[in-house]
Design a protein around this ligand. Structure first.
Ligand code: NAP
Length: 280
């Protein structure tokens, strides 16, 4: 990326907002570390422009990522979705391959890696999942595939949680929680924040740990320079906890591997993130 050439492949993050994203930081670090001829930029765009931009960038030999609020729309735009896109209904990674636009959901690989880094393989775990948007859908896909014992699913808008459970075939191991007071006295091995609470200063915590009897560990999908308030609160109570940076790195690494057909330089991506948090 040090010298842009006539062959430079262009990758873009498409979404709204995108200005806060650390994807350009990690992807351009990976491009520099491997010496491939590419550049990664962020383009704020509305739903009306998403299909044209995605198709045009891919057809020019590039690709990119899709973020809030367009992941579901992107899943309908790509020509050849992976099984993860079909199962989650969301696409966060696209690229050109064999004359078609391929689409994958690398949030799935990112979430799996983040859970493993925090608590190991979650088979048999009792999980509290907060949120029912795109991130929660990907998380639920992984939790079910990895054989958790149960998932209590809470969302501000209960109908969305019910729809999410139905999208996975209404399995008995998923329980939709409509009344938060019902959580009192319950024990969970892992609590996951898949809401957007924590993105903005002044947001309430997604869960006050006093609302439940016990949580074994807390994984926040939201990330922030220096960690999120929910993660700080968990650490203050002696709980293992992590924010969304590990997931961000691993979804980005999986995307890099799709685009460039080579392993992602995880160390360089981590180093770029830690530099940016020192600057930020
Ligand atoms: P989304 O589809 O827009 O869903 C947002 C979720 O947050 C919904 O469940 C929504 O509940 C809930 N929510 C929003 N405002 C709320 C409030 N004031 N009180 C309670 N609940 C609220 O977004 P998404 O794609 O799922 O993303 C969710 C978060 O995960 C974002 O912060 C995103 O940055 C993060 N994420 C991180 C990574 C990573 O790599 N670390 C990857 C993907 C996503 P309602 O249904 O009631 O509106």
């Amino acid at each position: 990326m040090d010298t842009l050439t006539a062959k430079t492949r262009v990758f873009a993050l498409l979404g709204d907002p995108v200005a806060h994203s650390l994807s350009p930081t990690i992807q351009n670090a990976a491009i520099r570390a491997t010496g491939v001829d590419g550049v990664y930029v962020a383009l704020r765009c509305g739903a009306a422009d998403l299909p044209g931009l995605l198709r045009g960038i891919a057809a020019a030999g590039g690709g990119g990522n899709v973020t809030v609020p367009h992941k579901e729309l992107a899943a309908r735009v790509v020509d050849a979705p992976t099984a993860a896109v079909v199962r989650t209904g969301a696409c966060n990674t696209f690229w050109w391959e064999d004359g078609r636009i391929r689409g994958d959901n690398t949030d799935v690989a990112g979430f799996r890696a983040a859970v493993r880094a925090l608590v190991g393989a979650p088979a048999g775990a009792r999980v509290l999942l907060l949120g029912a948007g795109g991130a929660a859908r990907g998380a639920l896909h992984v939790l079910l595939e990895d054989g958790v014992a149960s998932v209590a699913l809470y969302n501000r808008t209960p109908g969305r949680a019910t729809d999410l459970r139905a999208a996975f075939g209404d399995p008995g191991c998923i329980r939709v929680v409509t009344d938060r007071a019902a959580l009192r006295g319950e024990r969970f091995d892992l609590a996951v924040n898949a809401t957007s609470l924590g993105l903005h200063p002044g947001d309430p915590l997604p869960l006050d740990f006093d609302e439940v009897d016990r949580v074994g560990a807390a994984l926040d999908l939201v990330y922030a320079v220096g960690g999120t308030r929910w993660v700080h609160e968990a650490h203050a109570r002696g709980l293992p906890a992590a924010d969304g940076l590990e997931m961000l790195i691993h979804q980005g690494a999986a995307a890099f591997e799709r685009w460039w057909g080579r392993p992602a330089p995880l160390d360089a991506m981590r180093e770029a993130l830690s530099m940016s948090s020192r600057i930020g």
